[in-house]
Design a protein around this ligand. Sequence first.
Ligand code: CMC
Length: 380
Amino acid sequence: MAEAGTPGVAYGLRGVVVDDTRICKIFGEEGRLYYYGYNILELAERCSYEEVVHLLLKGRLPNKSELAQVIKDIKGARGLPYGVRDVIKSAPKTSIPMDVLRTAASALALTDPDPKDDTDEGRYRKAIRLIAQFPEIVAMDYRVRRGEEPVAPHDDLGHAANFLYMLHGTEPGKDAARTMDVALVLHAEHSFNASTFTARVIAATLSDMYSAVAGAVGALKGPLHGGANEGVIKTLLEIGEPANIKPWLEKKMQDKSFRLMGFGHAVYKTLDPRAIVLKKYSKKTGEERGTTKWYEMSEQIEQMMKGREKPLYPNVDFYSASTYYMMGLPPEIYTPIFAVSRVVGWAAHVIEQITHNKLIRPAANYIGEVDKPFVAMEAR
Ligand code: CMC
C-alpha cells in the first residue's frame, strides 16, 4: 500500500507539464517572464493594459486601428446590469470583497444576452464583458459598503484611469493612472498558476467562461496566491516602524510554518521581474505622496530576506502592496485589483484550452485501505 510522501508523487503538481501553451513563459531560475514572447519589463514600460488585452486574447500586439477597436469594445461592454448591481448592493457590509466579486462574476452569466454562444466571437465578447465589468464590480462594492453612491464609468478615460475614477469619484492624476496601468499590465498573466489552472480545469469540462472565471476568483482569493498582497500591507502595518523589522522578522522566522507574505514563489528561484518594476513604482509613489516610509521598510525587509542562509525573494505581491497603500487604496481591495487585471489571463487560457481540449483528470496516490469487511449498521 502506498504511503503519504511517496517518492514520485508530484505533490502540488510542481514541475509537471500538463499542456501546451503559447500565452506565457516564465524562466524561473533567471527571473524572466514573457507574454506571447514579449518581455514583461518592456511591456510594463511601453504598453497600456488595453494593448495587453489584445495581445493576450488575439496573440499579437495591436496596430493602431486594432487598439482603437479593443478600446471601443471594452467601453461598449461597460455598464453593470441591474441584476449584478443588486447582488453587490444586497451583500452584507461585512462581506469579503473577493466573495462579492466571485458572486458578481457568477451573476454576470445570468445577465449575458447569449450565455450559450460558444463561438470564437462569443468567447471574445464574454472575455471583453468580464474585463470591462470587473473594475465596475470592485469599485461599486468599494463605494456601496462605505455608504457612497456608485460612480458611472467615464467615457473619456482608459481602463486603469477609469477604474481609479470609479473608486474615488474624481479623475486620477497622470502619475496615479500610469501606476495603475503598469500594475494591471504586470498582473495580467502568469502561465499555469493556481487560479489560471482552476479556470482551465473548469473550461476543459466544456463548462463556460463565467464558471471558469468565478472558480478562478475563488482560487486567487487564497493568501498563498493573490491574497498575499493584502497580507503584505498588514505585515508592514503590524511591524509599524523600521526599528521593529529585525526583531519582528527574527521572531516570526523561527516558526517553520510561518510564511512571510509577498516572498517566495513556486516557479521563480530568484527575484520576480514584476517585483523589480513595482519596486520602482513603490518608491516613485512614495516620493510623490511625500512618504517613503513603507517603501523603505519594504526595501529593508527585502535585503534581510535575501541575506538569509536560504534566501527568499519578493514576488509580485510585495511591492504592489506599498504602492497601492500610498495611492490611498485600502488593503481589502488589493486582491480584487489583482483579479481586475488577471481576468484577461484567465479568459485567454479558457479560449486556448477549448481550442485543443482534453479533460483534465490527474491520478491520486491512494493511501487508504481496500477490501475492508462491510459492517452492518447495528454492528457499527
Ligand atoms: N516565508 C517563509 N518561508 C518561506 C516562504 C515565505 N514566504 N516561502 C517559502 N518559504 C520556505 C519554506 O519554509 C520552505 O523552507 P524549507 O525548505 O526549509 O522547508 C521553502 O521555502 C520552500 O517553501 P514551499 O512553501 O515548499 O515553496 P512553494 O514553492 O511550495 O511555495 C509559495 C510557494 C508562494 C506558496 C510560498 O513561497 C509562500 O507561501 N509565499 C507566501 C505567500 C505569497 O507571497 N504568495 C504569492 C505568490 S506570487 C503571486 C501569485 O501568483 O499569487
